[in-house]
Design a protein around this ligand. Structure first.
Ligand code: NDP
Length: 443
């Protein structure tokens, strides 16, 4: 058996039931076979075995009291995967589907994504099966305070710096920041995605969505094309989706869809972003309310966003939301480029179909790295006690995304796999971490 296959088989048998983690590891390791064959020193140093084993996995009880006076118990997670190139960095997800396998898949992806940004950050991820939806602000605060009371023992500005993810936005980060500060007495940059008055970075809210569009813009430019007059289909209506829509519209595209977990909207005239922001960011409402603002738009219950014809598709909701059948529909309807705003939204069947059919496909670990890159810029500002302007941060973000696009493109070419951004991202992200691990000995 080849080295890569051997490591994968061991991983599956040692981590039973963690199917998302298996999926993410398989996707990365498949790309690495060609590199490990050329570099036998990696096998000798047990590099892949060490890479797929988190340095630390923390699971903890999160008790809190709801508005009816009942005690609730959730489970908290933090997986500190790899700190070869910098402190662990990665978001916190609050969603009922969260389990160890999901946090490990996200933490594993984060190692390579963070490496691709060119900034000194390692990989980690955390979360809880707590669902903030439908909870009062007081309940969310009680949960966040309890979660941080335990988590604060394991994180710090130079140790592990969490951020937001699904279900964790400015409100949750604020409550967690307050609790850590209260317990430790430290005013430091141990969380990113903070509010602007207390150390947050301008452009962090926009960063993942804008970064995704900057990445696609660079892909298009490389081929003498642009966003102008392109029809774009976006899924999700959260932080990533909203700002991807905003930037794509600013660059002249027409974005015609958005969705949440109950249904999707199709607005043939282009999404009214002010209406979408009001529903999602102000009212925390459901996407179906959109037709009250735009009576000519359509609302459909359930899935189906990928059946809408487009030139470019940007999945920005959640993992495995775009399956093989969806991929076939997109290709049949003329889609030419797919770039992932979410983490692992396309199933392996979908990715294979895109690649077999000549669709340009950008994986999340490269295309959505703008969020974590800007989080790292927030860490720099906190350390320097400085505050950069929106324009300064946005310009750095754009530079980073264009650089990731160029690196992934060049590495894929170097290995004879031109246009294969999956290979480029895995290989480029891996090599930097691997070289750092080799230099640091067997640890
Ligand atoms: P949000 O919680 O802000 O938004 C998630 C959106 O996806 C919501 O509209 C949600 O709808 C929708 N959604 C969730 N599950 C489904 C489903 N099964 N089908 C359809 N829609 C669904 O999260 P973010 O925008 O922050 O994150 C989205 C993705 O991007 C995640 O994969 C995340 O890991 C990734 N990401 C986020 C970064 C960031 O900076 N925020 C950085 C890099 C990656 P509903 O409200 O109904 O649940």
């Amino acid at each position: 058996m080849s080295y890569v296959k051997d490591v994968l088989a061991q991983l599956v048998s040692r981590n039973p039931g963690e199917k998302e983690f298996h999926q993410a590891a398989e996707e990365v390791l498949d790309s690495l076979a060609v590199i490990t064959e050329k570099n036998p020193q990696f096998q000798k140093a047990g590099l892949l075995e060490r890479l797929v084993e988190p340095e630390r996995q923390i699971m903890f009880r999160v008790p809190w009291v709801d508005d009816n006076g009942n005690v609730q118990v959730n489970r908290g997670f933090r997986v500190q995967f790899n700190n070869a190139i910098g402190p662990y960095k990665g978001g916190i997800r609050f969603h009922p589907s969260v389990n160890l396998g999901i946090i490990k898949f996200l933490g594993f992806e984060q190692i390579f994504k963070n490496s691709l940004t060119g900034l000194p950050i390692g990989g980690g991820k955390g979360g809880s099966d707590f669902d903030p939806k439908g909870k009062s602000d007081r309940e969310v605060m009680a949960f966040c305070q309890s979660f941080m009371t335990e988590l604060c023992k394991y994180i710090g500005a130079d140790v592990d710096v969490p951020a937001g993810d699904i279900g964790v936005g400015g409100r949750e980060i604020g409550y967690m920041y307050g609790q850590y500060k209260r317990i430790t007495g430290l005013y430091e940059g141990f969380l990113t995605g903070k509010g602007i008055p207390y150390g947050g970075s301008l452009a962090r809210t926009e960063a993942t969505g804008y970064g995704l569009v900057y990445f696609v813009e660079a892909m298009l430019e490389r081929r003498g094309d642009s966003f102008k007059d392109k029809t774009v289909v976006v899924s999700g209506s959260g932080n990533v989706a909203i700002y991807a829509i905003e930037k794509a519209q600013q660059l002249g595209a027409k974005v015609v869809t958005a969705c949440d977990s109950t249904g999707y909207i199709y607005d043939k005239d282009g999404i009214d972003l002010a209406a979408l922001k009001e529903i999602k960011e102000v009212k925390r409402g459901r996407i179906k309310e959109y037709v009250q603002y735009r009576p000519n738009a359509e609302y459909h219950d359930g899935v189906g966003v990928w059946s809408v014809p487009c030139d470019i598709a940007l999945p920005c909701a959640t993992q495995n939301e775009l399956c093989g059948e969806d991929a076939k529909m997109l290709v049949k309807n003329g889609c030419k480029l797919v770039a992932e705003g979410a983490n692992m939204p396309s199933t392996p069947e979908a990715v294979a179909y895109f690649q077999e059919n000549g669709i340009l496909f950008a994986p999340g670990k490269a295309a959505n790295a703008g969020g974590v890159a800007t989080s790292a810029l927030e860490m720099s500002q906190n350390s320097m006690r400085l505050h950069w302007t929106f324009e300064e941060v946005d310009a750095k973000l754009k530079g980073i995304m264009r650089n990731i696009e160029a690196t992934t493109s060049e590495v894929s070419k170097e290995y004879g796999m031109e246009n294969n951004y999956v290979f480029g991202a895995n290989a480029a992200g891996f090599l930097k971490v691997a070289n750092a691990m080799m230099a640091q000995g067997i640890v």
